[in-house]
Design a protein around this ligand. Sequence first.
Ligand code: SF4
Ligand code: SF4
Length: 106
Amino acid sequence: MTTTFQCTRCGECCRIPGQIHLTETDIARMAAFLKLTEQDFIQRHTDLARDRRDLVIKGDPASPCQFLRGNDCVIYPVRPEQCAAYPAKWNNPGWENICKRDVGGG
Ligand code: SF4
Ligand code: SF4
């Protein structure tokens, strides 16, 4: 799927139940942005994924991501690859009605 749109930072995709998986690159970028060592970042902000294959952002079912404040992502410039890939590379049923993207009038 090819999608051209502008993310309006509405925060709706941040509330999709689930876990936000982190790559090693995500962890390095997020730790640097927060001025933490990677070890401190991992201890403070991550949990082991349910499938135990990698790390995820610490959260709970009611609030999947601790970096969402109101509707805003406080680490948006370094948001994880999983977040940046929505909805062009992965999405969920009904995403067209969830994602308040700006499609530029198209
Ligand atoms: S890291 Fe940012 S973009 Fe990703 S789910 Fe959390 S608040 Fe949303
Ligand atoms: S739902 Fe769409 S417009 Fe809203 S923050 Fe996520 S990607 Fe951006």
